[in-house]
Every structure is written in structure tokens, then in C-alpha cells.
Design a protein. Structure first.
Length: 285
């Protein structure tokens, strides 16, 4: 399959949920300088299902707030509009993941957690936005699985048989990798570039035209979570760490030890979170 053919098919994505109508309304509101978090919160809270999903994600371990967030307006103040918008846009996508690929869901949550911890240690502005980039970094895999299931299965099977990384097989078989696929869809959804670039370049962060520091954090976090064996990213191999990306992060031995200790604790909490989700699904079935 040719790269351009896939790009065209992505423009006609049907298997993934469409954006909630509320997103266009929020986009209009946020351009108003006088709009407040309370006003935005009232709009979101009119959709009870969306509010429930949003607060559940905001209160999960990968954001790590010490106190429970009980209102959407508080979530907007703490996380910022870009994060809230992204969570709204992708909430349906994560329902698809929970139903079809819990391993990839756990891997994404783990990457989000690690990315947020690293961002805080490095003093990155808006670490929650970095967490969100980690959460959606494998968006392209979800798209491939939903829109091109036969091609996706071929990639997974070939990667396992040859003991190759998925992205290598994707390039050979499809002419395009899941990073670029995710970036294309994120742009179609009008997500900010500081989230788009880390999706697109998480396997080659130094090629990122901008926000290379965030791309480097996502690259590092993806590798750490794979190495720890939390969730399943589609292949079992742990890729090498890009040296230039590591030079941007530069965590010392003490910081790395602290990071791994904190991460271990949070991953245990995340395991409980995903078990709760699976239990909820069983009870509602």
C-alpha cells in the first residue's frame, strides 16, 4: 500500500468516533478573551457522560494531583484548555482502546505518567500537557487497528516473526509509520502543535521541527515503560535511546533512581485504575 493512499484514507476515517459537537462550541468560546473556566465548565458539564469520562481521567494517577478534582472548571484551571480539549477529543478513542487493546491502553497510560514525572523534574512549563502528549503518542496504532485491521495484523505478525520493531515493518509494508499517521489525525482534529509534534516524532525526536524537548521526553518515557514491561505497545522489543534526546533530558543517577521509585508506585496505582475500568465494563455488560 502506498503512503499517499493511506494519507487519503485517513481523511475519510470512519471507524473511529467522530468529534463531539461540543468541541466546536468550545473552540468558539476559547477564542473569546473574556471567557472564564467556569463558563467553559458549564458547557462541558451539560454532557454528563463526557463530564464523567473527563473527571475520571483527570483524577487518574498519570496526572498525580494530590487532591481529588470534583468540577470541570477546576480541571480547566489546573490543566489548561489545550489539555482539556485533547482529553475531550480523545476520550472516545480511549474507549476503543479499552475495548480492543487493554495492553496498548496501559502502555499509553504508563507513558503519560513517566512523561509527566520527567517534565516536572526538568521544570518544563505545563507538565500536564506533556503527560497528555504521552497519553496519545501511539494514536497512529489505534487508527491503523481501527481503519486498516488487515494491514495492522500483518504488521504485528511480521514484526513478531522477524523480531523487528513495528515502526520498521510499517515503513516497509505501508510506506508510513504510526507516528506520522497519528500526527496526520491530530492535525485533522486541530490539536495544538506542541501535542502533534511529540506524537509524530516520538521515535525520532531530533527531527521534530519544534518542541523537540517534549518529543525527547515522550521518546524516553516510551522506552522506559517498555523496559519496565507495563502494558504492551504492539511489539516486545525495547528500542535504543536516542543520544541527542538523552542529552536534552540529562537526568543524573539520583534523579533517575527517584524517577524509577516514583514511577513504580504510580504504575501500581494505574494497574488498579485499569482493573476498575475493566470491572465497570463487565458490570455494565
Amino acid at each position: 500500500m502506498k503512503r499517499e493512499e493511506i494519507r487519503q484514507r485517513l481523511k475519510e476515517v470512519q471507524s473511529l468516533p467522530t468529534l463531539p459537537p461540543i468541541v466546536s462550541k468550545l473552540n468558539q468560546m476559547v477564542s473569546d478573551e473574556d471567557v472564564t473556566a467556569v463558563k467553559l465548565g458549564r458547557i462541558i458539564e451539560k454532557d454528563q457522560v463526557l463530564t464523567s469520562k473527563l473527571l475520571k481521567m483527570v483524577n487518574s494517577s498519570f496526572f498525580g494531583f494530590p487532591q481529588r478534582i470534583s468540577t470541570v472548571s477546576n480541571a480547566i484551571v489546573l490543566l489548561g484548555f489545550n489539555v482539556i480539549k485533547t482529553l475531550i477529543v480523545t476520550s472516545s478513542i480511549f474507549e476503543v482502546m479499552q475495548a480492543s487493546d487493554i495492553g496498548l491502553f496501559e502502555h499509553s497510560l504508563g507513558c503519560a505518567t513517566a512523561a509527566g514525572l520527567v517534565a516536572k523534574k526538568l521544570g518544563i512549563k505545563n507538565p500536564e500537557e506533556v503527560s497528555t502528549a504521552g497519553l496519545i503518542h501511539d494514536l497512529g496504532k489505534i487508527v491503523l487497528r481501527a481503519e486498516m485491521p488487515q494491514e495492522y495484523e500483518l504488521v504485528v505478525e511480521t514484526a513478531a516473526k522477524r523480531q523487528q520493531y513495528m515502526r520498521e515493518v510499517e515503513q516497509e509494508a505501508l510506506g508510513i509509520g504510526h507516528g506520522e499517521i497519528g500526527g496526520i489525525l491530530a492535525r485533522q482534529w486541530n490539536l495544538p502543535e506542541r501535542l502533534v509534534y511529540p506524537i509524530e516524532y516520538h521515535h525520532r525526536p531530533e527531527a521534530s521541527p519544534d518542541y523537540a524537548d517534549v518529543s525527547a521526553i515522550i521518546h524516553f518515557s516510551d522506552i522506559v515503560i517498555r523496559a519496565l514491561g507495563f502494558g504492551f505497545g504492539g511489539d516486545k522489543w525495547v528500542p535504543p535511546l536516542d543520544h541527542q534526546a538523552w542529552s536534552r533530558i540529562k537526568l543524573g543517577k539520583t534523579q533517575m533512581r527517584q524517577l524509577l521509585e516514583e514511577l513504580d508506585e504510580k504504575l501500581m496505582e494505574l494497574q488498579d485504575f485499569t482493573l476498575d475500568i475493566q470491572q465497570d465494563k463487565k458490570e455494565s455488560a
